[in-house]
Structure formats: C-alpha cells, structure tokens
Design a protein. Sequence first.
Length: 485
Amino acid sequence: MTTTHIVHYNGATAKSQSVIASLAKDSVENGEVVTIIDIGRTTTIKQGFPANRWAKLLGHTVFENALQNILDPLGVAIVPLPPSSQGAAVTPEHHDALEQALESELLTYFRLDHIPKSAEARNLSGRLRSAMMETYAALTELWSHTPPDRVLIPNGRTSRQKAARLVAETMGLNVFLYENGRASPDSYYLGRTQPHDRVASQQEILDGFPLPQGRALETVADTWLTHRMAGSAGTNQFSDQWAPASALSQKNAKRNPTAVFFASSFDEFLAFGPMWTIDEWSHQFEAFDLMMSILEDRGVELVLRLHPNLGTKSRQYFLREVRDILALQDRHPSLKIHWHNEPTNSYDLVRNADYVIVERSTIGLEASLMGKPVWVTQAAQWDMVADVRQVLRPTDISEEVLELWDASPLGAQKFVAYWMAQEKPLHYNWQTWASWDPEKAPLRMKVAQLTVDNSWRHKKRLLLLEWAKWRNSRFTPRGRKSENK
C-alpha cells in the first residue's frame, strides 16, 4: 500500500484548507495511507483565519474543528514536523536554489521589483532563512527514518516549499506539487512540474502530454475561455469589476486598425526566478514605446490597458508606474489609456484589436485562443507553445516583425487543455471553514486579521497595504486622455 506525506501549513495555497482536505480525501480514495506533515511551527508570517473568539465579536464564526472532523473519518493524521536534532549539510547546488527561493519570497512579500535595503527586510530575510534551514534539516531527518512512497508539496517556489522539494528529490522520493487551481473554478492542481516553471510545463506539452484532439480539444479550450469571461462567476478574479462583455464594441465602431497593449504587474514574475527574466528591456514599457512608434506611423490607433492588479501594489510601486505610463503617453499623444480601476472589459478590447501586444499577461493566451496575432515582450507561461511572436530585445523589433499574420489558436488550445487535465475538483469551499469568504472579506474581517499572531511590523504593513489599495483605487488621471473619462 502506498504511503503518502502531504506537506502543509496554513496559507500554503490560496484556498489552503479546501485544497489540503480535498487532496487527503482523493489520496485516501486512491488507496493510499496519508499523513499530513504540518510544518507550521517554522512559519514566519502566519496566515489563515483569526481565532473564533475574535470572529464572534465581529458577528462571524470560524469552524475551528472542521478540518479535523473531515480528516478523522478518512484515517488521516496531522503530524507536526519534529524539530531537527542537528542542522543538515546543504550542498552548494541546494544552497543557491534555496537562496533564490528566499529572494522570491521576499519579492512577493514586499510587492516590489527589488528587495528594500531596510532593517525590516534584513530582519525578515534572517527569520525566513532560519525557518527554511530548519525545515530542510527536520525533513531530512524525518524522511531518512520513515521515507514515504509519495510526497505532495505545495507549489515548490518559496523558501520552505523549495527546501521540502529539494530534500524529497535528493532522497529519490516520488514528488508531486500541488496548488490552487489555475484553469477551472473550485479546483486544485496536482502535477509533476512546479506551477510557475514555464519551461518544464511547456516541455511536457511538446514531449507529447496526452491531450484531446480535434473538436474535443476546441471544446476544452472554449470552456476555459467561457469561465474566464464569466464575470463574478468565472475564474478571472478581475473580470467582475468590468462592464458586461460587448458593451464597448457596441458603442465604438472601429475605423482604423487598432493595437491594444496590455501591461502586467512584473514584480510578481521577478519572484518566479531566472527563467522569467529572459528579456533585455531596461524597463517594462521600453518595448511598448518602440512598437508604438512603428505602428502609429502606419496610422494604427494605440490603446493601453493597465492590469487591474496594479491597484494592489505598494504606493511606491504604483506611483512609479503611473509616472512611467504618463511619460509614455507624452511620447505618444494619441495613446488611449484604460486605467487599472476603469470598468473597461478587456475581452472587448481584444475583440476590437488587430494587434494584441502583451508583456506576459494571460490575456495574451486568451487573445491567441480568439485567433488574434499576439506579440509577447517578456517570458510568458505559454510562449513556447502558442502561436505568438516574442520580442525580447530592441533588435527583435522591426517593420517586418510587426506585420500581421493568420494566427492559429491550436497551440493556445493545447496549453489550456494541459492546464485543465491536471486539475481536480475541490470537495470543500470557504463555507466549510468560516461564515465569510476570505477572498472577499468584509472590512471588519480584514481588521480581524490583525489579531493573528504576527509581528507589529507585519501588521503595520497590512494596514499600509490596505491604505495603498484604497488610494490606488481612487486614482484619476486628471487632464489626460483616457478612453472612459
């Protein structure tokens, strides 16, 4: 009988408890003996629900025994990670990989494209490194004495996740990675490749990953795209903020060819490692600038759509982006900008576009599915498979490269089907764990997060981030050309 260890801690994935409970249930039903290895004791920044006593004061409830009540009938035990008796020796190769994972985690935490040179950053880096090395040593001891047949590890990107993955792979254990679902609503991912490993995942497709063929392939891709466009009921978390699809195209008859540029929040991709930093642009808008110069000479209308996620960034990052965007508009006065907080439906922009230019946003994959010519200026999750043109440096941009072509949706369809094939439905949702949805938490429950046992620095950062989000959401480009203003 197969023995399976599931590495877990609160906040390991976006829907942490729903994912871990669903994983355990599916594994048991597959005939496996499952143990959850809880590495929560090495957690530096605690996530999850506040204590029920605080929730009740604010009119809500946390069902604190719900996970145990699900796992007990399944025969699944939660075992806290035992402390290590001594530190494990780390190879130079592992040291470099762990340091890269640590950098990734810090970039994600600070929501910047660099790690600040501050006492806070130094303190957090030291604490995360200590937790990472303890996780590495403790798992080395645990699996040396009682090695499982199979190990399920969350994502594999951040410091403790990477430590678990390196230990398991070095020991020759059968490793799978899990994450919140990316393609299907209410699902989780379970596969061999790290979810953000753009090279390994695409290589699986190129190597013949089993996929549906013909009309069946088209149906899978169409289903995914429909879910993405479905507003608040769909899988694109931002689309419920937009006007209904087709409203824009009914208002504005297209006259000249149109090029729509979609910006991304590039700091989060820097956190994914070197495979995501293959371009040679000095700034994320440099490529857009060069392409706009060629296209506007052809009489092409220029449109820029800012990613809604821009509003979630730190105030420092946000203001720098605004400055650079306005400078871009100064160089191209005809440029129409749809800001991050405008209700413009991005799918309507794609429908009306002759040229679609993205940095790496998923809208590029969606545009390719819709048969649009797509240019990609940075590394993308799907750039080796979809029928797109990649422009990674100034010498890649020319009149010839910017000629339209009859784009095939087949590669994008294969990538979407690959995503869908690796996802399984969640058996539980937020209502299993609490009386409110943490992804759409009311203000008072956001305040309740301050009761979670974290440092005052972290609590201050949470408050500042919410303040920044509010200010960013109220941004108005006074005196500037905006399509909806």
